[in-house]
Write a protein of this length. Structure first.
Length: 201
């Protein structure tokens, strides 16, 4: 039977248990019941390897995951409000319908990820790499995206009201039906940008 193991990036195993339904939450709950303990490590999983884990629908409000490897992770519908995800690797991950309100994603690598219809109100995405990312329908109201790289992103139907996009790269990005009212659009690279029926005033 497959096991779920949580390792630090240096390779040290800090948790190991038989996998339950390919789901981290169910597995840790089973571990807690079998060992009559409370599992509390999830609140401070920094510098950890969670590649391709299933964390869908998880409540990770306020979690500290700075520097973690979350490549290919399933975070659909997850609650990540106020989470510290600075410097994380979220390449090829799925965060559709997740709640990332006021989360810290500065210096994160979010290339080729899916954040369709995610709530990113007030999120910090400064210096983040988001090339080829699906941001369609996201709410970025008041978000800080200064100096982030959004080349070839899909921002169709996104709400960026009041967002700070100072110094961003939007080369070949799609902004059809987007709302960019009151946004800071200074010093942008807008080569081959597609803007259709968007509100920019």
């Amino acid at each position: 039977m497959n096991k779920i193991e949580l390792k630090t990036l240096s390779g040290k195993i800090i948790f190991s248990h038989i996998c339950v339904d390919n789901n981290l939450k169910k597995t840790t709950e089973a571990y807690a019941i079998e060992n009559q303990v409370k599992v509390r490590f999830y609140k401070y999983m920094y510098d950890i390897d969670l590649r391709f884990a299933d964390l869908s629908e998880s409540n990770l409000n306020g979690i500290y995951l700075a520097g973690a490897d979350l490549m290919g992770v399933n975070l659909t519908g997850a609650n990540l409000q106020k989470a510290d995800l600075s410097g994380v690797n979220l390449c090829d991950s799925d965060l559709s319908d997740s709640n990332l309100q006021r989360a810290d994603l500065q210096n994160a690598n979010i290339e080729n990820a899916i954040l369709r219809n995610a709530n990113l109100r007030g999120v910090v995405l400064t210096d983040a790499k988001m090339m080829h990312t699906d941001l369609s329908g996201v709410i970025l109201w008041g978000a800080n995206l200064a100096h982030s790289d959004l080349r070839n992103c899909n921002l169709e139907g996104a709400i960026l009201q009041g967002a700070d996009s100072n110094g961003n790269k939007y080369v070949e990005a799609i902004f059809s039906n987007s709302n960019l009212e009151w946004s800071n659009l200074k010093n942008l690279n807008l080569n081959n940008l597609e803007i259709v029926q968007s509100d920019i005033l």
